[in-house]
Design a protein around this ligand. Structure first.
Ligand code: ADP
Length: 463
């Protein structure tokens, strides 16, 4: 059937507008490099936030002793302890636990929230286990992964700008969250201190680099997205005067905020307008797990309304925002049965629609289009970072015999094979064979917990 229907017109237009030919990807990579550079300069320019992490020393592998990680980023907090054995023994033992935060504490005072966290940590740390032992005379040191906006000025301090994600704790905004936790531990008589305050991307880089010293970039592709990399202090004008022994610092690009030159459609613009942060995080809204399913839903709804996809009446459920998740797209794309049975039942279960084979094929084409665009653009972003590093230090990344590793973590990259393939293809296509021989894309899993503990070790007061 080659007749032109309103649905095929919408599909053709969608594919055209979402296309990511090489010149477009190259332009996106170039724009990413330029926006990174702008963000490293002075003043609130047009560039990316490019947030200094104050992480100047990455783990070497020689770290020894007992260290803790504490991760607060949502309705749970996670605690972890790791016994490090240095060069030969590496990680001798790890253990972790997760504590859910009672609803009322999200609206409590700063004191109450941090007391709860400190006592959870204390309970965890006091569990008897002879694999873990602190060196005599030392305080327990903590790497604190805190996934809310903070203004950091040193490795072990950071002012909370505002709570997000449903937290409305009073008397923390404007305060140093490390001091809040340290004081709570003191109130409870716990002999521990925070040695490193980091975000999860930075902790992921540290965790991956511990096992592979060639890791220079870390990317998170989960519900949201961010990337960080190792920068030369001399290439960070906005840190002018900062004294550093290593000459390097991890920079969190906050690349979710990027938007320059992206191929966007009316579906993206309408999703953005309806979001809680219109005009913000446009790259994140194009490439990350929270949004891919929702973009597809919006396309299918228009096809149903304008083109009669799924029959004469528009299925009600399809009008519900976020009714299709990115895992649903993924499940549909794994269906290789002749009648696309799994696609049919998923559409029925999730969106309440009955579909014939040709409609299921259309749905798959829409998924494919949006996922290809997302994966390819994420790849272009990675190449943008590598290009920026190479421009400043020729040969560092693409030079002969070098090996540069990009570590990627997050549920989207981990679970969605097509997305992963598009990302990898895009990186290869952009770099060309010769350069891509030096670049390794590596999947790293749950590295941020150990990474934070390792950063407590490499930034220990006893070093
Ligand atoms: P978070 O980013 O929320 O901290 P994860 O890294 O585990 O946590 O990522 C979770 C996200 O990964 C989900 O929101 C979803 O978008 C995506 N995801 C999870 N499973 C799948 C899957 N099977 N296929 C595609 N995407 C998935």
């Amino acid at each position: 059937d080659v007749s032109v229907t309103p649905t095929t017109t919408i599909l053709t237009k969608l594919k055209y507008e979402c296309a990511t030919p090489l010149p477009l990807l190259q332009q996106v990579a170039n724009n990413m490099s330029a926006d990174m550079r702008a963000g490293l300069g002075f003043g609130p320019g047009p560039g990316l936030p490019m947030i200094p992490s104050y992480v100047e020393n990455l783990p070497t592998g020689n770290e020894k002793g007992l260290f803790y990680a504490l991760d607060l980023g949502g309705t749970n907090f996670r605690v972890l302890r790791v016994q490090l054995g240095g060069k030969d023994d590496r990680v001798i033992a790890t253990e972790f636990d997760q504590v859910s935060i009672p609803q009322q504490l999200m609206f409590a005072t700063s004191h109450e929230l941090f007391d709860f966290i400190a006592s959870g940590l204390a309970k965890f740390a006091s569990k008897e286990d002879d694999r873990f032992h602190i060196s005599p005379g030392r305080k327990g040191e903590i790497g604190f992964t805190f996934s809310f906006p903070v203004k950091q000025t040193s490795i072990d301090s950071g002012i909370l700008i505002k709570w997000t994600k449903g937290f409305a704790v009073s008397r923390t905004a404007g305060r140093d969250v490390v001091a809040c936790l340290n004081e709570a531990m003191e109130r409870q008589g716990i002999d521990m201190r925070v040695s490193a305050l980091v975000n999860d991307t930075v902790a992921t880089l540290a965790g991956a680099e511990y096992w592979d010293n060639d890791v220079v970039v870390a990317v998170i592709l989960g519900t949201g997205s961010n990337a960080c990399y190792v920068e030369q202090i001399s290439a960070i004008p906005k840190l002018q005067g900062h004294v550093s022994s290593s000459g390097k610092m991890i920079i969190s690009t906050e690349w979710g905020a990027f938007s320059n030159g992206l191929p966007l459609t009316k579906f993206d613009r309408e999703m953005d307008a309806a979001s809680i942060n219109p005009g913000e995080q446009i790259f994140e809204k194009t490439i990350s797990g929270m949004y891919l399913g929702e973009i597809v839903r919006r396309v299918l709804l228009e096809m149903a309304e304008e083109g009669g996809l799924f029959g004469k009446s528009v299925p009600q459920t399809l009008s519900t925002p976020f009714i299709l998740g990115t895992p649903d797209l993924c499940a549909m794309q794994q269906d290789c049965s002749g009648d696309l049975h799994a696609v049919g039942s998923l559409l029925y279960d999730k969106a309440g629609v009955e579909s014939n084979l040709s409609e299921r094929e259309t749905v798959l084409e829409v998924c494919e289009t949006i996922v290809k665009r997302g994966g390819s653009l994420a790849g272009a972003g990675i190449v943008g970072i590598l290009q920026k590093m190479e421009e400043d230090q020729r040969g560092l990344i693409f030079g002969n015999g070098n090996r540069s590793v990009v570590a990627i973590d997050g549920g989207l990259y981990e679970n969605y094979p097509q997305y992963r393939a598009y990302l990898q293809d895009s990186v290869k296509e952009l770099l060309g064979t010769e350069k891509s021989n030096n670049v390794v894309i590596e999947h790293t899993k749950d590295g941020s917990g150990i990474g934070a503990a390792l950063l407590a070790a490499s930034n220990s007061i006893y070093n």
